[in-house]
Design a protein around this ligand. Structure first.
Ligand SMILES: [Zn+2]
Length: 217
């Protein structure tokens, strides 16, 4: 998931960002960020992760980008952050998240350390029954100052027992105007017909439309 983060929250994520960063730390310790492919939920999760760990976090702002914690994240060496995903690099369909990875979380969430700890699990659909059950245990008895974030395209594919223990946030509620504006700013040539076609092909998710425009389609 290593990438340069945009220096802004996408307009269609602004409300959720505001909610999370003003209520923090009075939020659930298990969060579900969901939305169609190309809505930018991975980037949002990284922005939030950086914010939670940032030494200078402020409501409604992004992580400072300069403190020790922000530097660690950039170098991908943050001791208070764990990223869990499938083993296969290409994340081929049906690749699963192994139960060992979820079990290995226990010492991480139970240790006593200074500051917050964040775990990102994606795609959450890749949890099989065994790993989902193991995760339940962690969600039921988290340590102090732990945030567990699950990312999913389709949250209905997650087991109901997991879903019911998470606070849900939809990140793909994008209105036409926001999408249009975004494409105008980010597409190299602005052909209206092409924009419409791209949006239709990408389920009206602007980041997916940009990716598509850059591929040979
Ligand atoms: Zn910082």
């Amino acid at each position: 998931m290593k990438q340069t983060l945009p220096e802004q929250i996408y307009p269609w994520h602004q409300n959720v960002w505001e909610t999370l960063t003003t209520r923090f730390p009075n939020i659930g310790h298990g969060l579900l960020f969901y939305g169609k492919k190309g809505c930018g939920k991975e980037i949002f999760a990284e922005q939030f992760l950086a914010w939670v760990l940032c030494a200078k976090r402020q409501p409604n702002h992004l992580a400072c980008g300069e403190c020790g914690s922000c530097q660690w994240l950039k170098a991908d060496t943050h001791p208070n952050y764990v990223h869990i995903t499938t083993d296969e690099d290409n994340k081929k369909q049906n690749a699963k998240i192994k139960i060992e990875k979820i079990r290995d979380l226990l010492p991480f969430v139970q240790q006593t350390v200074d500051g917050w700890r964040v775990i990102i699990i994606e795609p959450a659909e890749a949890l099989n029954t065994a790993s989902a059950n193991a995760l339940l245990k962690t969600l039921e008895e988290p340590g102090d100052r732990v945030v567990i974030i699950l990312l999913a395209d389709h949250y209905l594919k997650l087991p109901a027992t997991i879903r019911s223990r998470l606070q849900h946030f939809a990140l793909d509620r994008i209105n036409e105007q926001q999408a249009e504006q975004f494409l105008n700013q980010h597409l190299s040539h602005n052909d209206l017909a092409q924009q419409h076609l791209l949006m239709n092909l990408s389920n009206h998710m602007p980041l997916q439309a940009i990716t598509l425009s850059e591929s040979e389609w």
